[in-house]
Write a protein that binds this ligand. Structure first.
Ligand code: SAM
Length: 285
């Protein structure tokens, strides 16, 4: 079987299994097996796959056909223009979350060189923490997660992007692992904590609910339980004028704003590219 035939076969198989992104998925999996990028696959479409490559490709197609996310099959996902290692221990970084990183970067840049301390709570793959450190060379980021397995992946990503000296990994609950000595000193806190209401987990797409860690999804009764718990900690750690960024789901904006008393926070809700509520931006007064 040559590369052209392999691509056609893969697309047909995935289409048959109702994979919504079958066209690109087959190509990404074939690239993984051959080491060729999209252009390479096109230029070398007559090249014949080895038996081992055919077997590997077929195995990946089968797993994809059963619903396993492509990023777990390839072990990587692009976020903020950077490649991140991912495994089933971490949530696959979503393009929607780039809004949080862009907002944090713009704020920190506007503050000048003094703005150099950040914390990222529920860091998962480290997508947010590592991106911030990558694009702001003077920034020190504390990256926290409850899951040691997730932190191991975040550590790999920090090394991959050469920011491991400025990304401090801390295992624990919410902002608790951060030393009280840092009270009132952080410029930014980012948090993409689980925010899906418990009752909605069962209705999620199979590739999310059957493959991604539930520790990264379940946000309790209305989805905002963890944010409620961590807000007082965030207030104490931020310096006055510091920025808190929390990712939320569509329809959670009003409830999220209610958690932020006006005497403490100046808050607004930002929409994502699809005009859905996505980000709480709260400045500590
Ligand atoms: C929605 S994922 C976000 C991952 C990553 N920040 C991203 O944007 O791709 C939430 C993360 O929060 C972590 N987490 C859940 N409960 C936590 C807690 N109480 N304290 C710290 N981290 C927690 C999960 O392990 C998971 O990695």
């Amino acid at each position: 079987m040559n590369l052209r035939q392999a691509l056609t076969l893969g697309r047909e198989l995935l289409k048959l299994h109702n994979s919504p992104s079958y066209f690109i998925d087959a190509q990404v999996l074939l690239s993984k097996v051959t080491g060729l990028d999209r252009t390479g696959l096109l230029l070398k479409e007559e090249v014949v796959l080895t038996d081992e490559q055919q077997q590997q490709y077929k195995n990946l197609l089968d797993r994809r056909a059963w619903g396993e996310p492509v990023a777990y099959l390839t072990g990587s996902k692009e976020f903020m223009g950077l490649d991140f290692v991912v495994s089933p221990a971490v949530l696959i970084p979503r393009p929607d979350t780039e809004l949080m990183v862009e907002t944090a970067l713009a704020f920190l840049q506007s503050q000048g060189e003094g703005a150099c301390l950040a914390a990222d709570v529920g860091t998962g793959s480290g997508a947010i923490a590592v991106s911030l450190a990558n694009y702001l060379p003077g920034l020190q980021v504390y990256a926290i997660d409850l899951s040691p397995d997730a932190l191991a992946i975040a550590g790999q990503n920090a090394i991959l992007h050469q920011v491991d000296r400025r990304v401090t990994l801390l295992q624990g609950n919410l902002l608790q692992p951060i030393s009280l000595e840092l009270s009132g000193r952080l410029n930014v806190i980012t948090a993409n904590l689980p925010y899906i209401p418990s009752g909605e987990i069962a209705g999620l797409m199979s590739d999310v609910k059957d493959y991604e860690p539930h520790l990264a999804l379940d946000g309790g009764c209305d989805g905002l339980d963890l944010y409620r718990l961590f807000l007082p900690q965030a207030y104490n750690l931020l310096k006055p004028g510091g920025l808190l960024l929390m990712e939320i789901g569509p329809g959670q904006g009003e409830a999220a704003k209610k958690m932020l008393p006006e005497e403490r926070w100046q808050a607004e809700i930002k929409l994502d590219l699809a005009c859905r509520e996505r980000l709480v931006v709260a400045q500590r007064k």
